[in-house]
Design a protein around this ligand. Structure first.
Ligand code: MOS
Length: 737
């Protein structure tokens, strides 16, 4: 439908349609669902990081009143391994099913499970299980040296070559370079801390299994769990109506989910299993520690667990971000006795860009050049790593607008030279990039005889605004007001929707919802032309048009026409429906375009050396993410990412105890994230260059790009204020004094 003939709901700030449910407490999160006879499970966590279970004494725990069972390797029943499917299917980072063997490979690995009538009794019983270990010294060494790995390795997402990208002769070019930067940057292990804890409630009905879980990808979870329990996938239903955020930690199934399913199977009762905050630090993923050597080469090492192959792709943006004839990107891995790392908001690119953008800033300083100018001078015309054009790249415009909004021209590059109200100011900037693509998606639309519309897709809303986006897309195509659109998501009985990951849900949904609407409208027009007594009975469908919720004769124009609800009522049809789907572009073997979003951050910090007080005082962020469907939710995404970036730069790091391998700051008091008091006013701007390669609206994703580059901008500002280069995050105050 032409967008210029009716008022558009696309690109207008829309408040969340699910907001009232959240503020009134009626939004049902995964653990809000309770069932008759439901039992509670609490896992027993290993208190060593390396060794073997010698003896498991469950006798005291089993005798506690209200305890239904203590499960362990001998009595949990069969849980099979899952395997990856073709393409992006059945992704699971920690493949080992719980209790598969007696070996402990990380602190907090589940070694038993107490199930009881109440959570409190289950917790007491879990605490009463006595485990004796044959204990070995764990390797949680922070300094990462690459293990001996083959040139091509298996990863969670399939095989990957360790030499990711190469062009020209980087070694020779570096040897001859007039100015050289050759620095190592380190990013620590970080742990996702969404407010909502991970949890699973499993209910069996014969050989049918229903799981309530706060998943970022319900269909993937269905497929993994179906395989682990030997079920056809149509026998497994996953329901996720609301998610209290995820940051990637809820993308793939963790071992608590099969544990809840197995316990429920053994006991014939629903079992709910909620992780503690500490458990989420141990066994539900984290961002891998990285060490990255950047020159004309980008060599990086990341940590991984003993069994799993999670790949932290720090080179994601390196090979295309700037024009450079000689370049090499290569990685290695280092095994540690830790729970497996996994995706965390902007996986790979976020730590990667911290290193490469920091190196760009250091190079600019060496050259005594404005870091903005250095970036503009090295703007590539095409993606030089693939030799194909960008679908839409407006990075230079981001830099120009950011510099203008920030007042960058007033910068004095001299360290410590800028003062304000008795404080030393530090200014820094950095660029950002994040992949854009589509996952496969399907959706359905119903037009109903009461003038309402229902749009459905089995995707998730992880707090990012997907309910509202789906309503906007349906409203745009049907002309119905937003409050007349019902949105259904978060259930594997719905058409298969995209994962809420990679910032790709919105972009993937656009073509699926639009195709579904077109099909529903086709069905409506055929009713209009075939129903006896219809005003359009003698017409052909081709003569008719649908716009703004009304059917009209094309030749007469849209001023007349009949509301679709009238046509349905006349025909005694309650609803017409349409189904639509769209293919993935993610992982295309021979893409025609290089598709990414771009952006930049300009940061001001204040520094008081007398009291060692460092504050982020001002941030200007400009994002080129194509068309923004909901600027209100969109701005909120970028602001949230910048807040997380302040935490990444200054606060967040998970520390492992060298003695027992435990993540020792595994709670929200000791693991610091940025809070309101750390965050200044944030000034977010979106460019508006629709990217029609992604979908017909030109909308790319915005969930992750806001976190890319921000830490490098902050460390540059810290250097400008203090003269100290911090190359290992976070910038704790001891590094500045
Ligand atoms: Mo994001 S790490 O793809 O949830």
């Amino acid at each position: 439908m032409p967008e210029n003939t009716q008022p558009s709901v696309i690109g207008k700030p829309q408040i969340r349609i699910d907001g009232p449910f959240k503020v009134s407490g009626t939004a049902m999160y995964a653990t809000d669902h309770n069932f008759p006879g439901m039992l509670y499970g609490v896992p027993v966590e290993a208190t060593i990081a390396s060794g073997k279970i010698q003896k498991l004494d469950t006798s005291a725990a089993e005798k506690m009143p209200g305890v239904r069972a203590i499960f362990h390797r001998a009595n949990i029943g069969k849980i099979s391994r899952s395997t990856p499917g073709e393409g992006f299917e059945r992704i699971c980072v920690e493949r080992r099913p719980p209790f598969e063997d007696d070996v402990v490979r990380y602190y907090g690995q589940y070694v038993a499970l107490a199930v009881a009538d109440t959570f409190e009794v289950a917790k007491a019983a879990a605490d009463a299980v006595r485990v004796t270990y044959d204990k070995q010294k764990p390797n949680v060494e922070a300094d990462l040296q690459p293990d001996d790995d083959p040139e091509e390795i298996a990863t969670t997402y399939g095989p990957v070559k360790r030499l990711q990208s190469e062009r020209g002769d980087p070694e020779n070019a570096f040897a001859k370079a007039a100015v050289k930067i050759n620095q190592t940057y380190a990013t620590p292990s970080e742990t996702h801390n969404p407010i909502e804890l991970q949890a699973a409630t499993a209910i069996w009905d014969g050989d049918k299994l229903t799981i309530y879980e706060e998943s970022q990808s319900i269909f993937n979870m269905r497929d993994v769990i179906a395989q682990m329990f030997g079920l056809p996938k149509e026998n497994v239903r996953v329901i996720t109506k609301f998610v209290g955020s995820g940051f990637g930690s809820k993308l793939w199934p963790w071992t608590h989910c099969p544990l809840a399913c197995a316990a429920a199977r053994q006991l014939g009762r629903p079992v709910k299993l909620i992780l503690s905050r500490r458990m989420t630090f141990q066994s539900a993923g984290h961002r891998a520690r990285t060490q990255q050597l950047v020159s004309l080469q980008h060599d990086y090492v990341y940590e991984r667990s003993m069994l799993d192959n999670y790949h932290e792709d720090c080179g994601e943006a390196t090979a295309f971000h700037y024009s450079v004839p000689n370049l090499r990107v290569k990685f290695g891995r280092a095994k540690r006795h830790i729970g497996t790392p996994s995706d965390m908001r902007g996986p790979g690119a976020v730590p990667g860009l911290y290193a490469t953008e920091s190196a760009m800033n250091e190079l600019a300083d060496e050259l005594k050049m404005d870091p903005v100018k250095l970036r503009v001078l090295n703007e590539p015309k095409i993606d030089e790593s693939l030799g194909i054009p960008f679908s839409s790249r407006h990075y230079v415009e981001c830099l120009e607008l950011g510099a203008e909004k920030f007042g960058w021209s007033k910068r004095n590059a001299q360290v410590g030279s800028m003062k304000q109200n008795g404080l030393t100011l530090g200014w820094g900037m950095a660029g950002a990039a994040w992949v854009a693509a589509r996952f496969p998606a399907a959706a359905s639309i119903e037009l109903r005889d009461d003038g309402t519309v229902r749009v459905a897709s089995g995707t998730q809303d992880i707090g990012t605004g997907t309910y509202t986006i789906l309503a906007q897309l349906a409203a745009q195509k049907t002309g119905v007001a937003l409050d007349k659109v019902e949105v259904a998501l978060g259930d594997t009985t719905l058409p298969e929707g995209p994962i809420s990951g990679g910032s790709m849900a919105t972009g993937s949904l656009v073509p699926a919802v639009f195709a579904a609407a077109d099909n529903a409208i086709t069905s409506l027009l055929s009713i209009a032309t075939t129903t006896p007594g219809s005003p359009y009975e003698k017409r052909k469908s081709d003569d008719l048009a649908f716009e703004g919720g009304r059917v009209f004769v094309k030749a007469d124009g849209p001023s007349g026409g009949v509301p679709f609800a009238d046509l349905l009522r006349r025909a005694n049809v309650r609803l017409v429906s349409g189904h639509g789907s769209a293919e993935a572009t993610f992982g295309e073997k021979k893409p025609k375009f290089s598709t990414h979003s771009f952006g930049c951050h300009f940061v001001e910090v204040t520094w008081q050396p007398e009291i060692a007080r460092l504050r982020v005082n001002r941030v200007v962020t400009v994002i080129d993410a194509g068309r923004i469907i909901n600027p209100l939710a969109g701005r909120n995404q970028i602001e949230g990412a910048v807040v997380m970036g302040i935490g990444m730069a200054l606060l967040e790091h998970t520390t492992y105890d060298p003695q027992n391998g435990a993540p020792i700051n595994s709670n929200l008091a000791d693991y610091m994230v940025a809070v309101n008091a750390d965050v200044p006013p944030l000034d977010v701007h979106f460019l508006d260059f629709p990217d029609k390669e992604i979908n017909e609206l030109g909308a790319r994703g915005i969930g992750e790009i806001g976190l890319a580059g921000i830490a490098a901008a902050i460390t540059a500002a810290v250097h400008h204020a203090t003269g100290v280069r911090v190359r290992e995050l976070p910038v704790t105050l001891d590094k500045l004094i």
